[in-house]
Design a protein around this ligand. Structure first.
Ligand SMILES: *Cc1c(COP(=O)(O)O)cnc(C)c1O
Length: 493
């Protein structure tokens, strides 16, 4: 952009975006893998035809009918009653959050968030000339109450952005903590609930706090649970003065008549859409269990994706998956990758590819460690240990930069021991007794391994693996140092 009078602070910036690669299994941007049902498609087509006849006119600037429908949906989904005027809608929750920073941020002000978190937050801040402070999360990706309160007192943010469930970690926040942080600030507290519909039973929505918190905004989206990412519809719930502030900065007619009408059609089909959400939640829990069972770490997720790791060289694992037709996201702290929950056949492809990749990389040769310029030859399978990162709780390279890591989630490396054929997808033990002796560990042993393991043999095997992996990790660290710049760059996008 040499020669252009672009703002100085944008001069070296690049557009946001995850790679959009044409591979068979796309699990990198947390999309809903189930397309809108045909009944919805037919209704949307009819509604669009109808609205097209009126496209010579500007749309309803206030999107009143859509906001009323959203209020009804929210009541049904979270049990929270709100007026239409407490709901705002825009082109994705991204637009809503940018509007929030336009209204409440700006030069001389600070937005605060808790990293690792959504990579767009610093971009909204940059776009609106707002300062940005990221406070590191704890080892389990939770927000440390005392650190948060101290940071709020120090930086006096005008806007606090709290993703719950958080992206990329899947971690939901406790409502008490949200209340406590709200009480400690004069600023606007945004709870970004893009993944709220995927939360596990017992996790409450922050929408329940809106009535008692005048500066709280809950943002939601139709991009994930509603399988409507392409339509670009997000919304917010807050008390009326907050919504009125957003109405000041919004562009006139920001939400097209077409968008408004198709969003209303989707809301009318919520029952069918929710069935897919239920499937995704179940499949998410099963995938998380599988990852743990196979020796990976995976923090508990309330979203439609799972962070998993840790890998000495996550880029090599990412590349190995791409080479096998599976696209996941290289995001979050060093050592971790994020996978979206897809359809069952996509999850199966992911599992098979992942085991193949860690076996190939865990060969003990340099394939996992050296500069990664491409594929790892399949068939180089003589794994002593898997390539994934330390199990002894030592942070892998890269975490010194203030990124958090999770504590070790039990050691089940036996599941990856070399006597298993490389292409076997290991499933957690079936509850059916008759299959119990064909799996590597009975369910009770799995439970115990989660808490450190009681069986001395298991412990010894795990210990051997851990020692071998520590050696691999040391080798990996020097390679990782060389790659830090490139990885950090990719991590942002
Ligand atoms: C996907 C996502 C959104 C949704 O963005 P839209 O603009 O509504 O598509 C918001 N926040 C987080 C944390 C997300 O991951």
């Amino acid at each position: 952009m040499g020669g252009l009078p672009i703002r100085d602070d944008l001069r070296d910036e690049r557009p946001y975006g995850a790679p959009q690669l044409a591979v068979p299994v796309v699990l990198n941007v947390n999309e809903n893998p189930y397309p809108p049902p045909e009944a919805l498609v037919a209704d949307a087509a009819a509604a669009v035809a109808d609205v097209t006849r009126g496209l010579n006119r500007y749309p309803d600037r206030e999107a009143t009918q859509l906001r009323a429908d959203l209020a009804r949906y929210l009541e049904r989904e979270s049990g929270v009653t709100v007026e239409t005027r407490q709901v705002w809608a825009a082109n994705g929750s991204n637009e809503i959050m940018q509007q929030i920073l336009q209204a409440f941020g700006g030069p001389g002000r600070v937005a605060m968030s808790f990293s690792p978190t959504y990579s767009m937050y610093p971009e909204y801040a940059r776009n609106t000339n707002t300062g940005y402070v990221a406070v590191p999360r704890g080892d389990d990706f939770s927000i440390d109450r005392d650190a948060a309160l101290e940071a709020i007192a120090t930086h006096r943010p005008s806007v606090i952005l709290l993703a719950s469930p958080n992206n990329p970690t899947g971690t939901a926040l406790d409502l008490d903590l949200i209340s406590e942080l709200s009480a400690a600030t004069d600023g606007i507290v945004v709870v970004d609930e893009a993944y709220a519909e995927f939360r596990r039973a017992g996790t409450e929505s922050a929408a329940t706090l809106v009535a008692s918190h005048p500066r709280l905004v809950v943002t939601r989206t139709m991009s994930k649970a509603f399988a409507f990412a392409g339509a670009r519809v997000g919304y917010a719930v807050a008390q009326i003065p907050v919504i009125d502030a957003l109405r000041i900065v919004r562009l006139p007619y920001h939400l097209s008549a077409v968008t408004q009408v198709v969003a209303r059609v989707a809301l009318a089909h919520v029952d069918q859409l929710q069935a897919n959400v239920a499937t995704l939640r179940t499949d998410r829990d099963a995938l998380a269990e599988w990852l743990l069972w196979n020796g990976f770490e995976a923090p508990p997720s309330d979203a439609n994706f799972i962070l998993f790791g840790r890998f000495a060289d996550r880029h090599a694992v990412w590349q190995g998956l791409v080479d096998r037709g599976v696209l996941v996201r290289e995001v979050g702290p060093e050592g971790w990758l994020r996978v979206s929950v897809g359809r069952p056949e996509e999850i199966a492809a992911f599992k098979a590819a992942l085991l193949e990749v860690v076996r190939a990389l865990g060969d003990g040769d340099r394939s996992a460690m050296g500069p990664v310029d491409g594929r790892v030859a399949p068939g180089e399978v003589d794994a002593e240990v898997a390539a994934h990162g330390p199990t002894d709780g030592v942070a892998p390279a890269g975490e010194a930069e203030g990124e958090a890591s999770v504590e070790v989630v039990g050691t089940k490396l036996q599941a990856l021991r070399p006597e298993e054929p490389a292409d076997t997808v290991l499933d957690p033990p079936a509850t059916d007794e008759s299959t119990a002796d064909t799996v590597l560990e009975p369910p009770s042993a799995l439970e115990e391994a989660d808490h450190g393991g009681d069986d001395p043999e298991d412990r010894a095997a795990a210990h051997d693996d851990a020692v071998a992996m520590a050696v691999l990790r040391d080798q990996a660290e020097s390679a990782a140092d060389r790659m830090t710049d490139r990885i950090m760059d990719e991590e942002r996008h």
